[in-house]
Design a protein around this ligand. Structure first.
Ligand code: HEC
Length: 129
């Protein structure tokens, strides 16, 4: 027969294990996760960490934008970034190797991607009021 003390120890162990699990999941969530469409469409050029160093970037000049370059990226408005994504690089005076995404991405998906790109900037992006 299982003693009362054993049941206690088991319950306590379960509690510790489950709370540690929750803590681990919570801390992982503080790192912004790339939207799925970003991984599919943008990583080949812009790189897995958005540094402009994806496998297809080697052949490009100018290089795809490094989204961690806050000095440069933070000076751009959301509208500029959205236009570049929707209409392509040429529409905003950048390299025409940046494709047009209006057909593949909804406005909602583009917004999510812009939020993600903003989260990569160093120094941190401060939205203008
Ligand atoms: C074929 C390679 C390629 C792919 C794929 C690509 N980009 Fe680009 N991207 C570029 C290049 C090249 C530039 C322009 C860099 C320049 O002219 O200095 C650029 C520029 C940009 C800019 C403009 C940044 C600025 O300074 O205003 C944004 C925003 C951007 N890309 C987002 C995306 C997103 C989001 C995706 C995926 C949906 C994507 N790109 C996919 C190559 C690519």
């Amino acid at each position: 027969m299982v003693s009362k003390a054993t049941v206690h120890v088991m319950a306590l162990t379960a509690l510790i294990v489950s709370s540690t699990g929750a803590w681990a999941a919570g801390s992982a969530n503080t790192e912004p996760k790339a939207p799925e469409k970003f991984t599919t469409f943008c990583v080949p050029c812009h790189g897995p960490a958005g540094k402009g160093d994806g496998p297809a970037a080697a052949a490009l000049n100018p290089k795809p934008r490094n989204f961690t370059d806050g000095e440069l990226m933070n000076a751009k408005t959301d509208a500029q970034l959205i236009k570049a994504i929707k209409e392509g690089g040429a529409a905003v005076g950048l390299s025409s190797f940046m494709p047009t995404w209006a057909g593949q991405l909804s406005d909602e998906e583009i917004k999510e991607i812009v939020t993600y790109i903003r989260s990569l900037a160093i120094p941190k992006y401060q939205p203008k009021r």
